[in-house]
Design a binder for this molecule. Structure first.
Ligand code: FAD
Length: 408
């Protein structure tokens, strides 16, 4: 066992939530350490659809506050991270047999625009019929209209690295290939602190912290079992989402499609593999498949590939070659009234759940669920919940204005 360093916060997990909290904590003046068992963004935060968006479809489920918050965060990211987050046209084709009618989509897009502040970035329009032939080979038989609006796209792993780099410039520390082993409480009452054990370079290390933030994503409840606490785990469902990277190009933007099999949304997105020119491939996803087992072993299933290719073929009458595929896990907290209709994931609550061991003086906080887009707002909520358990410090920066650049 080596050293014994003291931190205000130790964060378990170097995904977008872990690094987001590290940035917010360092900006608030705290001494913070992130422990990541692999590399940064090696979990869900490199396997998302890579959209920085309000989530048009969440309007159907009445999640207005979430959509408004995400659109606000989108605006901040467009300003603070121009190398990493950029607007893209989104195209929604509406066919005679589409589930959503043009008037419903128009109403949804109007509300989306209003929730986004009705500025230039939130405008939408119908693509004139004479321009349909330029839409990357999109099927026009039965096509009634095509809406175009704007949302943003990023590289999720690069964004995660950039947020961590920003936290590090404010003094946060990061240890990768460092696996959290366990934590036990030392001391008594409000002066308690955690004794934390972790493994790095085949050696066991210890450190202490006033507060632990469990940002282990799909591993959160497994991590919780290794913390000596009375905090109850939130019951969650892990839902696997697969993406395919296809050969080909989409010149006009992101296509917001509807699976002909079950009417779920599927995005076809201009993308590229590492080292390639932007937009030299197509990212197609995603699926929603109930998952049990070890999160480290999540992988694309043949049935998911078939489902996605069937959707692509339906709209573009082509079967492009699959270059690669990846899968990630959504953490969907289960509310007590959500034990039925288990498979209606799209309708499931997407708000983030922040679970603490004690409401007034929390010393352990676990993050469940959430969106890449809202990571900064989530991190600020985490810091707000923890304020009674941390000493008063003078803030050194404001996360709403910190620039984020492309690092390695
Ligand atoms: C298919 C899919 C598509 C999505 N698309 C979008 C999208 O387009 N836009 C959007 O806003 N959101 C999207 N999301 C949601 C978003 O990707 C996630 O909410 C976010 O990435 C979760 O980040 P996280 O930090 O909570 O978890 P993770 O990124 O999984 O990070 C958890 C980290 O904890 C580490 N860890 C686990 N155990 C230990 C341990 N014992 N010691 C040390 N480290 C440990 C893991 O290695 C991992 O890196 C999508 C999600 C999925 C699944």
């Amino acid at each position: 066992m080596t050293e014994n360093t003291s931190y205000d916060l130790v964060i378990i997990g170097g995904g977008i939530h872990g690094v987001g909290v590290a940035q917010a904590a360092a900006a608030a003046g705290y001494h913070v350490l992130v422990l990541e068992q692999g590399e940064l963004a090696s979990g869900t935060s490199s396997r998302s659809s890579k959209l920085i968006h309000g989530g048009l479809r969440y309007l159907e489920h009445g999640q207005f506050a979430l959509v408004r918050e995400c659109l606000h965060e989108r605006a901040l990211l467009l300003k603070n991270a121009p190398e990493l987050v950029h607007l893209q046209p989104f195209l929604i084709p509406v066919y005679a047999d589409s589930v959503r009618s043009p008037w419903l989509l128009r109403a949804g897009l109007t509300l989306y625009s209003l929730l986004g502040g009705a500025g230039r970035d939130t405008r939408f329009r119908r693509v004139p019929r004479h321009q349909w032939t330029a839409l990357d080979g999109l099927k026009t038989t039965g096509l009634k209209t095509v809406f175009q609006y704007q949302d943003a796209q990023t590289d999720d792993a690069a964004l995660t690295r950039a947020v961590m780099a920003s936290a590090q410039t404010l003094g946060a520390q990061l240890k990768t290939q460092a696996t959290f082993i366990s934590a036990s409480s030392l001391g008594d009452g409000q002066k308690d602190h955690w004794q934390i054990r972790y493994r790095q370079d085949e050696q066991e290390h210890t450190c202490t912290a006033k507060v632990i933030v469990n940002a282990a994503g799909p591993w959160a409840n497994e991590v919780l079992t290794r913390i000596a606490t009375t905090a109850k785990p939130v019951v969650v469902e892990l839902v696997q989402g697969t993406h395919l990277v296809l050969e080909g190009k989409l010149e006009q933007g992101i296509y917001y499609l509807q699976s002909p099999r079950d009417q779920r949304p599927v995005f076809a997105i201009p993308w590229q593999l590492a080292g390639e020119a932007a937009g030299s491939a197509i990212l197609l996803g995603t699926t929603e498949t109930h998952f049990t087992g070890n999160p480290a072993e999540v992988h694309p299933l043949p049935a998911e590939q078939e489902y996605l290719l069937e959707t692509y073929r339906y709209y573009f009458s082509a079967t492009p070659k699959v270059r690669t595929a990846f899968a990630g896990l959504r953490v969907l907290p289960m509310a007590e009234d959500q034990t039925e209709n288990k498979n209606q994931y799209a309708a499931r609550q997407r708000e983030t759940v922040l679970q603490t061991d004690c409401p007034d003086f929390p010393r352990l906080l676990t993050i469940y669920g959430g969106k890449l887009t809202a990571y900064r707002a989530t991190a600020e909520k985490v810091m707000h919940k923890l304020q009674n358990s941390l000493p008063d410090k003078a803030p050194v920066a404001d996360t709403r204005t910190l620039p984020l650049g492309r690092s390695v």
